[in-house]
Design a protein around this ligand. Structure first.
Ligand code: HEM
Length: 517
């Protein structure tokens, strides 16, 4: 028989067996398992759905299977999708059997191009066997202990100084807002984490390469031959990764933040090669740069497209965080004032994340686990808390769940349900807001992100007007979101928004100083 015939017969047999197995399973459901939503195409239907619909797919399946947790069979395994805050809380707490590590290691390997030896070193079997904290546990603790609200103050003051310098040098002109936000964020954030000799400071064009890679990263990760199928993004990744390897080799991290110095020290102590120490820092850039840059764009979009909200926010900032030092002609904005004295601004920040964050907190089930005394999750499966579904659920947020409501988080960081008269029902379950994840994988960068995002937005609100650019009748706010991308981060706009950024007349001549207090 020819190879082609063998292949065709093999595929046919595989499909037939899958169809028979599926029939048998439908006839003999496990009473403890979450209800199963079978795909229309056996075996691979949900995989195709995820690849083509991205973040949207769980909304589609959740509309078909209205249950707090359900099963999507995929190849020989299954994914459990959690859509209720109550169950999300259980999943977060079952951190001894539902683990992040078996998911994040292979994902990071594909993201940055680690060698297998490095991944094996990260698994740190010796420490696990000796019941000691593994390398990943120690790295996790390092991130959380060096990035708490008190520890991050110094780095916060560096990033605010960098943003102030750029605002002071900003000429009035038309500019694509998203492109501007992401270039500024890459520059100031890498300066704060990686110090004055970071690669983006030394090689100014590099920021463009970074975003070329980010645009094409799913293609790089999904392909066995990315150098052929996703060449542009692959080459951009390699270019940026090489500069991070050079950064580590030349020991430029001596002037970096404590968290980066400690990460590089720990990787070296584990015996990770120079190449992979650089690649690991390249991977860290994804956490530090991508979500923040995209989020700040959307916060500006939601505010500046609503003149009344803009005025309310200006009044709030004026009262809670703004001052002018006339002796030096300096306008000052205090982050602590923004954090503690500007509830509307903080509410807008969280409401923006609610609408743009579809991430799915994925965990690997290492042993059979009973959740909420009811559902059995089988070992070797994946369970995902569907952030996008939770964030748009009317049951959770009220009838305006798909709209932007700037007041939603004003009285509590968990948010309140709209149009409910019963006070008790109004408060939203704390696990419903997934913008920064939850449980043991609660974003360690959230305090830092809050410093840069609130401060930049407040600076622009107080000092700048966004007007219609030349040749347009109005600013084209509210671009569509890339809802069809696999949900590994917040959603990007599918087109840019050009604005004419002009200093407000009453603030002309002032220098800007964004400060921590
Ligand atoms: C608006 C900005 C940000 C958003 C929306 C965001 C969102 C998230 C989310 C949802 C997770 C949890 C992932 C999961 O459960 O699977 C996470 C984890 C993480 N974030 Fe952020 N993040 C932001 C900014 C940052 C910054 C500035 C850093 C800088 C260090 C950072 C570093 C990380 C890291 C290292 C993890 C993994 C933590 C671990 O391994 O335990 N993030 N982030």
């Amino acid at each position: 028989m020819s190879t082609l015939r063998i292949l065709v017969v093999g595929v046919a047999i595989a499909f037939l067996s899958a169809a028979l197995l599926e029939r048998w399973l439908r006839a003999h459901p496990d009473p403890q398992a979450p209800p199963v939503l079978y795909p229309r195409i056996p075996f691979i239907g949900h995989i195709i759905g995820l690849l083509t619909e991205g973040a949207n797919y769980y909304k589609i399946t959740s509309a078909r299977c209205r249950h707090p947790i359900y099963t999507l069979p995929m190849l020989s395994s299954q994914t459990y999708v959690v859509t209720s805050p109550h169950l999300a809380n259980y999943i977060q707490r079952a951190s001894s059997t539902l683990l992040f590590e078996p998911i994040i290691l292979p994902v990071t390997q594909r993201l940055v191009g680690f060698s297998n030896a490095t991944v094996e070193a990260f698994r740190d079997y010796e420490a696990k066997k000796a019941k000691q904290p593994s390398f990943m546990d120690r790295m996790h603790n390092t991130l959380y202990s060096l990035m708490g609200p008190a520890e991050i103050k110094y780095q916060g003051s560096i990033v605010l100084e960098q943003i102030s310098q750029r605002l002071n040098a900003l000429p009035d002109c038309d500019r694509p807002l998203f492109e501007w936000c992401r270039e500024l964020f890459v520059e100031v954030t890498t300066y704060a984490f990686y110090g004055p000799e970071n690669p983006f400071e030394l090689y100014p064009g590099l920021v463009k390469d970074y975003w070329v890679w980010e645009d094409g990263l799913i293609g790089v990760m999904a392909s066995p031959l990315p150098q052929v199928t996703a060449r542009k993004a692959y080459l951009a990744r390699e270019k940026v990764a090489k500069t991070m390897i050079e950064y580590v080799e030349k020991e430029r991290h001596i002037k970096a933040s404590p968290v980066i110095q400690e990460r590089i020290r720990m990787h070296k102590a584990l015996g990770v090669s120079l190449e992979d120490r650089g690649r690991s820092e390249f991977g860290m850039l994804f956490g530090t740069l991508v979500n923040g840059s995209i989020t700040v764009f959307w916060v500006l979009n939601y505010i500046f497209s609503r003149p009344q909200l803009m005025e309310e926010l200006r009044a709030e900032i004026q009262k809670g965080a703004f001052s002018v030092d006339h002796s030096t002609n300096t306008a000052k904005i205090s982050f602590e004032g923004l954090r503690d004295g500007c509830p509307l601004l903080n509410s807008v920040f969280r409401e923006t994340l609610r609408l743009i964050a579809p991430m799915t907190s994925a965990r690997f089930v290492t042993e059979d686990t009973i959740v909420a005394d009811t559902y059995k999750l089988r070992a070797q499966s994946v369970v995902q808390i569907a952030g996008g579904v939770l964030h748009s659920d009317e049951e959770v947020w009220g009838p305006d769940s798909r709209e932007f409501n700037p007041q939603r988080f004003i009285s509590t960081p968990n948010g309140t349900k709209t149009s409910s008269t019963d006070a008790e029902k109004r408060s939203v379950h704390p696990a419903a807001f997934r913008g920064f994840g939850g449980g043991t994988v609660f974003c360690p960068g959230r305090h830092f992100a809050q410093i840069e995002i609130l401060s930049l937005v407040a600076g622009l609100l107080m000092g700048w007007d966004f007007e219609t650019p030349k040749g347009k009748e109005s600013i084209e706010w509210d671009p569509p979101k890339d809802e069809k991308r696999i949900p590994i981060g917040v959603m990007k706009p599918l087109r840019d928004v050009v604005v004419s950024m002009k200093r407000r007349e009453e603030m002309r001549g002032l220098k800007w100083a964004l400060q921590m207090s």
